[in-house]
Design a protein around this ligand. Structure first.
Ligand SMILES: [Zn+2]
Length: 245
């Protein structure tokens, strides 16, 4: 591990705000990190951008019922991880755009919660290896999220009537971590937090309840990320990091 990586890995945050496109994305990419932070005393807030309404191909599953189910599952997963608050923005699953409305809502949450670290998806990821074409919602949430961080959160005139004039003061975050990324340069030791990560993923019963290979997939990914990081860790999660302090 380089001195820079070591310093980064030892960073402690007072408050984290995590943007997740769909219920379950945050757990998959950073569930162990959220649990670890919470265990260290970091206040962790989870902001879910979409309503999860596309999370079933069964035509007999009602839309409102599915939205309610996924919110309940998300709350249960968050509770297991030690997340202190879950915010649902309610955007339509599958139709997310990098819109001014979404940017404004994200800026509002950043200014309301005033985190020192914010986490959101890497918007540059169109695909992963030969197995996965990234969901467009992930990229668009990533684009809106980065715009919300800079220049959004710090710039008074942006969406002023809806934000600054309503008491949402500018806020400078200290760190940004991009999740769902193969550009990771910030490695978090996940050992000791994989059980709770798996339990949180299993809490998304409607999505992952029947996936028998979940444990194998998640543990394999953690080992692969650890190995690729060159840190000597055995299980890890990684993010692309930016530091502004
Ligand atoms: Zn997703």
């Amino acid at each position: 591990m380089t001195a820079e990586q070591e310093a980064a890995a030892e960073r402690r945050f007072a408050k984290a705000l995590i943007f997740t496109p769909h219920p379950d994305d945050a757990e998959l990419s950073g569930g162990a990190t959220m649990a670890k932070w919470a265990s260290e005393g970091t206040e962790v807030v989870l902001c879910v951008v979409t309503n999860g309404a596309m999370g079933s191909n069964d035509p007999s599953v009602g839309r409102e019922e599915l939205i309610a189910t996924r919110q309940a599952e998300q709350r249960a997963a968050a509770k297991l991880l030690g997340v202190s608050e879950v915010v649902f923005l309610g955007y339509e699953d599958g139709y997310v755009e990098d819109s001014h409305e979404l940017r404004r809502d994200m800026i509002r949450e950043i200014r309301r919660h005033r985190p020192d670290v914010v986490v959101g998806p890497d918007p540059s990821m169109f695909y992963f290896g030969q197995q996965y074409v990234n969901h467009p919602d992930h990229r668009r949430v990533g684009e809106a999220f980065l715009a919300a961080v800079n220049p959004g959160a710090t710039t008074v005139p942006l969406y002023r009537a809806e934000l600054y004039d309503r008491g949402f003061e500018p806020h400078q975050v200290k760190a940004v971590l991009l999740s769902l990324s193969t550009n990771g340069d910030f490695t978090v030791d996940a050992e000791g937090f994989m059980d709770v990560k798996l339990a949180a993923l299993r809490a998304h019963v409607s999505q992952l309840g029947e996936w028998e290979g979940l444990e194998e997939f998640v543990l394999g990914m953690a080992e692969m990320i650890a190995k690729a990081s060159g840190t000597g860790l055995r299980q890890a999660e990684s993010f692309k990091a930016f530091f502004f302090d």
